[in-house]
Design a binder for this molecule. Structure first.
Ligand SMILES: Nc1nc2c(ncn2[C@@H]2O[C@H](COP(=O)(O)OP(=O)(O)OP(=O)(O)O)[C@@H](O)[C@H]2O)c(=O)[nH]1
Ligand SMILES: [Mg+2]
Length: 306
C-alpha cells in the first residue's frame, strides 16, 4: 500500500491500517517521512492527555479506569504507553496487558506500546504520537510515560493536559518536583489513597504548591484508588475543567502552537545535523584534534567563524 492509500484506509476506520501506519512511523525514518507528509493536517483533532509519574504509581491502572469512564461517555480512546521492555522498567508489559485486558477488546479503544530500544527520548519522538490523532474532536489520546526524567517530561508536555500521578510513599517525588514536575502538572493525582499516609502526603503536596505562584490555573489535587476506580470521576472532571480553562482563555491553541513549533525545531535539528555530518567533516575534526587544536578552533574549521 502507498502511504496515501494506507492513510485513506486509516481514516475510513481501519484499525489495522492505523497499526501499520504507526509501525511505519516507528520503524523507519523514510517510512515515517512519507507517512507524515501524506497525513498533512488531517490529524490532531483528538484531545491529548499525558500521564506521568514514578514507576509503579498506578499510571496504567488509572489510564484503564479513566478509559472506562470515557467509553461510558461514548468517546473513542487511544492509549500510547512506553514499551516497558526498556531498561527503565523491566517486564511490566505483561502486567499492563493484563490490567488493560478489560478495555483491550473494546472496539473503541486502541492500545499501543511504543518501542524504546533503550532510548526513551527517541522512542517518544512526537511524530509517533501524532498518527493516532485521526480521531474525532471529542475523542481522547492518552499517553503514559514511565518515570519522571527529562525525556518523559518533554514528551508529556506535548499533551494538552498533563496528569502527574504520585503515591503516598513518593515523598521523594516532591523533592523531584523542583526538577520540572511541578511545572509540568495541570492536574495532580494522589493515587493509592487507600495506603497509609495518603492524607499527610496530600497535605504536604498542597503545602509545596502554596510556595509557587500559579499563572491563572492552579493544578487541583485529586485522590484516587485506581484499582477500585475510586475518584476517577473526580479526576475526569478536573481534566475537563482544565481543558475548559484552556479553551476559554485561548490557551489551547497557544499550547498547540508551541507544541508544533517545538516539534518543527526538533525535526529541523535532527535533519540539519544529519545533513551536516559527512565522513570528510568527521575526519577533518579528528585530524585537527590530533593536531592539538582546541575544540573551539575545530568548530571554526567545521562551520567557519561565528
Ligand atoms: N493499593 C493500591 N494499589 C494500586 C492502586 N493503583 C494501582 N495499584 C497497584 O500498583 C501496581 C502498579 O500499578 P500500575 O498501574 O502498573 O502502575 P504504573 O505507574 O503504570 O507502573 P509502571 O508503568 O511500571 O511505571 C499494581 O500492582 C497495581 O495493582 C491503588 O490505588 N491502590
Ligand atoms: Mg504502566
Amino acid at each position: 500500500m502507498t502511504p496515501v492509500e494506507l492513510i485513506d484506509a486509516m481514516f475510513s476506520g481501519s484499525r489495522s491500517a492505523l497499526a501499520r501506519t504507526l509501525s511505519r512511523v516507528e520503524n523507519s525514518a523514510e517510512g515515517a517521512d512519507e507517512v507524515l507528509r501524506a497525513l498533512g493536517n488531517r490529524v490532531g483533532r483528538a484531545v491529548r492527555i499525558g500521564f506521568t509519574g514514578p514507576p509503579g504509581a498506578g499510571k496504567s491502572s488509572l489510564v484503564t479506569a479513566y478509559t472506562k469512564h470515557l467509553r461510558k461517555q461514548g468517546r473513542q480512546v487511544a492509549i500510547l504507553a512506553v514499551d516497558p521492555t526498556s531498561p527503565f522498567s523491566g517486564g511490566a508489559l505483561l502486567g499492563d496487558r493484563v490490567r488493560m485486558n478489560a478495555i483491550g477488546l473494546d472496539d473503541g479503544v486502541f492500545v499501543r506500546s511504543l518501542a524504546t530500544r533503550g532510548d526513551l527520548g527517541d522512542c517518544l519522538r512526537p511524530q509517533v504520537i501524532w498518527p493516532t490523532c485521526w480521531m474525532r474532536r471529542d475523542d481522547y489520546v492518552l499517553f503514559e510515560t514511565v518515570g519522571v526524567g527529562q525525556s518523559e517530561l518533554e514528551v508529556v508536555q506535548y499533551a494538552d493536559s498533563v496528569v502527574v500521578v504520585l503515591v503516598p510513599e513518593s515523598g521523594d517525588a516532591i523533592q523531584g518536583m523542583k526538577a520540572g514536575l511541578m511545572e509540568a502538572a495541570d492536574v495532580f493525582c494522589v493515587n493509592k489513597a487507600d495506603r497509609e499516609g495518603a492524607d499527610r502526603f496530600t497535605g504536604d503536596l498542597q503545602g509545596a504548591m502554596m510556595l509557587k505562584m500559579w499563572d491563572h490555573w492552579k493544578p487541583p489535587v485529586v485522590n484516587t484508588v485506581a484499582t477500585r476506580e475510586t475518584g476517577v470521576v473526580e479526576l475526569a472532571e478536573q481534566i475537563e475543567a482544565h481543558l475548559a480553562h484552556l479553551r476559554s482563555t485561548g490557551k489551547f491553541q497557544v499550547r498547540r502552537h508551541a507544541h508544533a513549533r517545538r516539534r518543527i525545531q526538533r525535526m529541523l535539528e535532527k535533519r540539519l545535523l544529519s545533513q551536516f555530518w559527512t565522513k570528510e567533516k568527521a575526519a577533518l575534526m579528528d585530524a585537527a584534534l590530533a593536531n592539538g587544536e582546541s575544540p573551539y578552533g575545530v568548530l571554526g574549521k567545521l562551520v567557519g567563524p561565528a
